[in-house]
Design a protein around this ligand. Sequence first.
Ligand SMILES: Nc1nc2c([nH]c(=O)n2[C@@H]2O[C@H](COP(=O)(O)OP(=O)(O)OP(=O)(O)O)[C@@H](O)[C@H]2O)c(=O)[nH]1
Length: 331
Amino acid sequence: MTAPPDFPPIRTERLTLRPLRAEDAPALHRLVNDWEVAKTLARVPYPYGLDRAESWIRSTWAQIEAGEAWHLAITGEEPGPEGPAETLVGCVALTLDADRRGAELGYWVGRKFWGHGVAPEAAAGLCRWALAQLGLEAVHASALRENTRSAAVLRRLGLRPAGEAMQTFLSRGGPMPVLLFRATREEILATAVPPAPADRTVLLVAAVALVDADGRVLLARRPEGKPLAGLWEFPGGKVKPGESPEAALIRELKEELDIDVSESCLAPFTFASHAYEKFHLMMPLYLCRKWGGTMRAVEGQALAWVRPRQMGGYAMPPADKPLVAMLQDFL
Ligand SMILES: Nc1nc2c([nH]c(=O)n2[C@@H]2O[C@H](COP(=O)(O)OP(=O)(O)OP(=O)(O)O)[C@@H](O)[C@H]2O)c(=O)[nH]1
């Protein structure tokens, strides 16, 4: 086949699942050729070259056409200079068993998209589609024994532990212990929409829009190694027990930017209330136009002074979206 099959995209709350396209190859190669991702995948060699991404994409078309396996791109939307742009986030797959009554579920998500519940949302979307369209009786999956994150995803989807096995991992060059998971059609249907974790705690984070004389706002890029790394955000951080949000900000601004801010210069502006997968973020956003000292990126983080109108071109955490809209109206 020379083109993706005609397959109507599956849409979930935030994601679209669609056949891979030839032009996805560079993004696919970038996301999978990452040891943290590749090491969890049985059938992916490492390093993973661009040519492999290209030929694998073509092989998935024939499998969809034959009704044997559905390897779909998980895509989301990220802000771009010309409005929201489609971004490859990962892949999700169902491969029919030989008797065509069950199927194996698989998925991976690019490292920079971890922590947002992409895998359960995409896997639940594909499972729901497959139960309706293919009349499957069961879904099964495996996860490396050490991959607790993947085991948690499978449990949230309603799959239950079904033993252990050894499985060859191309990326590891040999057999590795895996945990097996399984669910009947009924079990999946009962839990196919991943429930929000019941014990999601509220995390209080104080943040500030530092505004310069030209009406530009300071954004800082989250450093590698932290959750949501690479995204641009308002300076700030977690409020410690016993600390006021203002005191937390004054401390964080000193620690991160080496500037001195007094409480009277922090004007309450608005707040974000956003359900992340593992916690609920409650984040007051202050405005501040006056500070002392010479600003520097103490943690080596990239800084940018950005007009609110231009913030659409900076990828920011989902919680910040409404804040950006309010700054655009106000500044
Ligand atoms: N500072 C800041 N945090 C934000 C923004 N938007 C947003 O979702 N957050 C979330 O709020 C949380 C802030 O935690 P953090 O990791 O920056 O806090 P911190 O500086 O105390 O970090 P640390 O615990 O690694 O020292 C993160 O989960 C982050 O993703 C934002 O605009 N600014």
